[in-house]
Design a protein around this ligand. Sequence first.
Ligand SMILES: [Zn+2]
Ligand SMILES: [Zn+2]
Length: 262
Amino acid sequence: MRFSSLGSGSRGNSTLVQQGETLLMIDNGFSTKETDKRMARFGVTGEQISAILVTHEHADHLGGVARYARRYDIPVWASHGTAKMMKGVEGVQCFNSHQSFELGAFLVEPVLVPHDAREPTQFVFKSNELKLGVMTDTGSITQHMVEALTGCDALLLECNYDRDMLLNGAYPDSLKRRVVGDWGHSDNLQSVELLNQLETEKLQHLVLAHVSEKNNSHELVLDCVSSAIQCDRARLKVIDQDDGLDWCTLTTDNNIKETLHA
Ligand SMILES: [Zn+2]
Ligand SMILES: [Zn+2]
């Protein structure tokens, strides 16, 4: 199994997850041209995508989905609530947010999250005895999230903002209240608090995502997370809004496997 990101942040998100012939795209907040350009960087094309999964209807996740799906004739999957909010996407396949479903080589487990959208879900992907968690756009931590994400082999996790930077920054008060609210985003400390509730011994990759360009920095994220889970900060990765993140490969082979705590 392997995964990469075309970019993450308020100017657009898209994650790729692949096992064998199955290539899934989670969200697409980029134009078709930009998506193709970023896909090419990582050696894949739109024709290879098996399905697009949409986490929720905010533009940084949904903005590019309709055009990209139409361009390459890709099926789109979303929760019932998210599907209702999607205009211009034809024949959306709905999944039950409380039920895992098979998509090619993957068992996909939707995870309902507290965020200010109609029926937002994040995902856990299982294949070949490996488990990848993708978790962004959550205003608070729920027991449901903890149970879904524990024991992952790789985790892509939101570290949206540094609380002091946000509160002292230039955002209008209404936006500040939205971001820090229970249905907004996770700050660095909330993500650490979530990590501390998870079994992380098996983690081969920990990738920090949806990092605000105005209210956070890669340095702060790396400092905060590496000290919290006591790993070498060089083993952590932060997704860049413009450059994305190159493929991270997960393995079941104990001879080559390297975990964060090794
Ligand atoms: Zn977002
Ligand atoms: Zn959102």
